[in-house]
Ligand binder design. Structure first.
Ligand SMILES: [Mg+2]
Length: 326
């Protein structure tokens, strides 16, 4: 996670580096972040085609392994704490103790691929169940694991070519009720989860109202001025305690806000989702995954991805997920 007080240094730094066209996203200067390492872990487990408990143990195993690859990548506190409790292969070993602090975006940032595995509308209950259970491996608080549901869902919606203005409403009306049923049926941390449930829902309702999207119909209601400085202030107002994008509800919220505003413009997407003063790698990883599904690499400088760390693993896993879902 990148911790900066203002987006202005990012924008200035980008200019000094010669803009996005001059960013060679490759080692040693540009390793992928903790987000991508754990996203790969989720994806590689899903790519085995396993289901149910067997899948969950494989995901837990992947997270334990992924945590050994965090030198210089700055994983979040709940991810570190949660993964340290996982015991893949042992009965119930993918469950951890309820953590009332587990509200961070660690589950949201690694769950987009669940939408690649279960992209079709009729697969929604599988998507939600896997997002809830893998999310709760580190983020048992609903503000944390519902973020995993949001990231997975938005990816499925991108595959479906569903209009972006409907995504937030779909999250609240279609996915979250399934997540609630899922929590009740598993019998794990039911009381705590119900007690802590409402914040995520209420904040998302607030956001959709702010953007005029409560009915899932555009046009989007934007502020008169919404440049980098105004966005930094707005993103803080989305957040739980002033650190934009660091929680499960607002990382996908900022990603959605960026997708709504950027359209097919890669530079604009990066400006909105990746170059702000909050947890920018997490908001960017969610936004870019959806954007790539919508627009491919259109207008993306080749140096931004050509020699990306783990590119081979990313591509082969994506191909397996594509094959499984088609
Ligand atoms: Mg991160």
């Amino acid at each position: 996670m990148l911790v900066n007080l203002s987006s202005q240094p990012f924008i200035q730094e980008l200019q000094e580096l010669g803009g996005l066209e001059n960013i060679y996203a490759e080692l040693p200067e540009w390793p992928v972040s903790d987000d991508t390492v754990l996203h790969l872990a989720t994806a590689e487990a899903l790519a085995t085609g396993k289901e149910g408990e067997e899948l969950l143990h494989d995901v837990a195993f992947g997270y334990v392994e992924g945590m050994k690859d965090m030198e210089g990548r700055k994983p979040g506190p709940s991810s570190i704490l949660g993964i340290s409790q996982l015991q893949p292969g042992i009965e119930g070993g993918y469950r951890i103790l309820y953590n009332p602090e587990g509200t961070g975006c660690g589950a949201a940032m690694r769950s987009m691929c669940i939408g690649l595995r279960y992209p079709r509308p009729e697969q929604l209950s599988s998507l939600v169940r896997v997002a809830v259970e893998t999310g709760r491996m580190t983020h048992p608080h609903p503000t944390g694991f519902l973020g995993a549901v949001a990231s997975a869902l938005f990816v499925a919606y991108a595959v479906q070519r569903r209009p972006i203005v409907t995504w937030g409403l779909g999250l609240l009306e279609e996915a979250c009720p399934i997540a609630k049923t899922c929590v009740q049926s598993t019998g794990y941390a039911v009381t705590e989860t119900q007690r802590d449930w409402d914040y995520f829902i209420e904040k998302w309702k607030w956001y959709l109202d702010l953007r005029g999207l409560s009915s899932g119909i555009g046009p989007v209601n934007w502020p008169d001025r919404y440049g980098p400085a105004e966005r930094d202030e707005a993103y803080k107002s989305f957040s739980l305690s002033g650190w934009a994008g660091r929680s499960g509800h607002d990382a996908p919220m900022i990603a959605l806000d960026a997708l709504l505003g950027a359209g097919s413009n890669w530079k604009e997407l990066m400006s909105r989702a990746g170059l702000h003063g909050g947890d920018s790698d997490s908001t960017a990883v969610i936004a870019c995954c959806c954007w790539g599904l919508l627009y491919g690499t259109e207008g993306v400088p080749e140096c931004n991805y050509k020699n990306l760390e783990y590119r081979g693993r990313l591509e082969s896993t994506a191909e397996k997920l594509y094959a499984l879902s088609h």
